[in-house]
Structure formats: structure tokens, C-alpha cells
Design a protein around this ligand. Sequence first.
Ligand code: NAP
Length: 336
Amino acid sequence: MKKQVNRQILLIKRPVGLPDDSCFKLTISEILDPAYGQLLLHTKFLSVDPYMRGRMNDRKSYVPPFQLNKVLNGSIVAEVIESKSNSFAKGDFVVGNLPWQDYSITGEKQVRKINPELAPVSTALGVLGMTGLTAYFGLLDIGQPQKNETVVVSGAAGAVGMIVGQIAKINGCHVVGIAGSDIKIKYLIEKLGFDSAVNYKTNTDLRKSLNEACPNGIDIYFDNVGGIISDTVLSLINKYARIPLCGQISLYNETLIPLGPRIQPVLLTNCALMKGFLVYNYEDRFDEGISHLADWLKTKKLKYAENIVEGLENAPKAFIGLFAGENIGKQIVKIS
Ligand code: NAP
């Protein structure tokens, strides 16, 4: 049944530093009818992701900035409530880059159908979606993990990090996570089978603790956070280390990027590979990634966690919470 109110969230101010509530506004708009080849969608789950912070700046990047006073957009799982396309039927679930609003009209080529038999549809935003695929391709394609190697992952209790650590375990590696609370450390070791984990917020000598946790040095560093944490990890890498450069969340709210140590000598003397990547580089292999991740879920080799906040109106808060580490696993907003 179609509702007549279409709530939406706009970006009304570009944040300087950490965003706050004043950057966002909830408004109401009309619900339009789909034209030929289009779908009318009802938003069910919305993903908040750290990269969105970069899009809030008026700066050129790999995706265009969000427009002021326009509806935000991001990864969304929605249900088709009216279809004027031969490829989709009413009741199908889809995932795509869609506006932060209750109802949207989209073209049939702008969304991908979700198979609800694989796992709950919300996983299309996490373990069977962008963040799971990021972990899968970044670790396996760039990291190339070998049995008994040591893998360190930062942001380890986040959506990408927790999948990276578990895929590394599936590949027979010694896995060490870095995260920001004792609850997360306990979770990584006791629930996800990490060999060790370090709380970077309370640890007074991160280098020493990592050295102890990685008695054979570090072969792969999956970098989700950048900054001082990554400077410290890089000082402990082994010869031929691989560093999938996935994210730099510790720097996203900085107005002036702090200078770090020069890392080229460490990379050079260790013949190490550091490679930045975007998950969309692997778009033509997404089906392969989803199929492996779904198999591991089915055989219980892989676990996932979702941190669910209820209500479209709480999406900005959920987004801001990423920078305080409020989530374990994928941060999702459920639209009631
Ligand atoms: P997430 O689930 O949203 O987790 C973010 C976590 O980062 C937070 O829970 C927090 O945990 C940690 N964090 C926040 N501020 C931090 C800081 N100043 N220093 C250290 N840790 C901090 O994130 P995600 O979706 O897994 O993404 C992880 C990283 O990968 C992000 O940098 C993101 O931009 C990047 N990413 C890249 C791609 C790609 O295609 N390259 C795709 C997806 C994501 P703590 O409690 O541990 O601080």
C-alpha cells in the first residue's frame, strides 16, 4: 500500500570537521508515479558509510560531492511496490544507490535484484554487499594471503574489518585486529576467532603490543583507518609485505591533514606493495565475490554483525556515530 508522505533527508550545510545535526534537515516531498521502464520503491534499509563524509566537502574526488539543499543518497535496500519494467515484479527486493527518502522512482538499470534466499536482505548493504566485497577483493586480490602469514587489520570491528579478519582466518593466517573498545576486542577474539586484538584508544604503546601480537612480523596490513595507527603498523612490516589501502577514516574529519613519517623507505627496503583500491574496480567480479561470501555464511565459516538504528530521521545520527565507533559491524538504518 502506497503511503502519501515521502520523508527525505537533505544536506543543508557542509560540515567543517565532525558533522553535527545542523548539517541535515528532514523534509517532505511528493511521491511520483513510475514511467515505462521505471520502478516505484519503498526504502527498507539504508546504509551509512564513512566515504559519505568526503562527499559532504565541496571537493573533487572519485565521486561527485553531495549538492547542498538536495537529498542525500547512498546504498539502499528497497522493495518494489510498483513495476513498469519487465525485469522486476512487485515484491522484489533491490539494492542500489538511491536517495535517503521513504519512496523513490528509479530506472530498471539503476538497481540490482537481491536473492532473499541467500541471507536477510539487509546483508546486501554489508557482508553480501559493498563492505563484504571490499574485504573480499582487497584482501584476496591485493593482500594475497598465504597460510601462516600474519595479517593485521585496522577498523577491525567495523563492517569491512571484521570480514577481512575472518577471510584471513579461512586462509590459515594469524590475524590481529585493531579496534577502539574492550567490548570490540573481546568480540573479535571470542566471537570471530581473531588470534589477538589491540584497543588503540587505551593502549599506551601500540607498537610494543603489536610487536608482541605479531611474533613473526606483519605480512599483510589491511588499512582502514590511516593516521598514527597505520604509521605504527607500517614500522613492523616484513619483507614483501602487502598493504591493501582501503580507507583513512581517522583523517576524514581533519581540516588540515597532519604530516606523518615518510613511508617510502619502509616500502622500499621491504620491497613492499601498497595499493589503493575502490571496490567498484571489481564490479565485473561482484557475482563471484557474493557467491563465495554467501557460501561461507551458509557453512558458518563467516559471521556478520549489523548495528541497526530505527527510523529515517535517525540516519544522520547513525552516520555521525561511525566516527565515534558506535557500531560493531555494518551500521544500518531500518526505515519503519
Ligand atoms: P565502519 O563499519 O563504518 O566502521 C568505522 C569504524 O572506524 C568505527 O566503528 C570506528 O571503530 C573506526 N574509527 C572511527 N574513527 C576512527 C579514528 N579516528 N581512528 C581509528 N578508527 C576510527 O567502516 P567500514 O564500512 O568498515 O569502512 C572501513 C574503512 O574502509 C573506512 O575508512 C571506509 O571509508 C573504507 N572503505 C573503503 C572502500 C573502498 O572501496 N576502498 C569501501 C568501503 C569502505 P573504533 O571503535 O575501532 O574506533
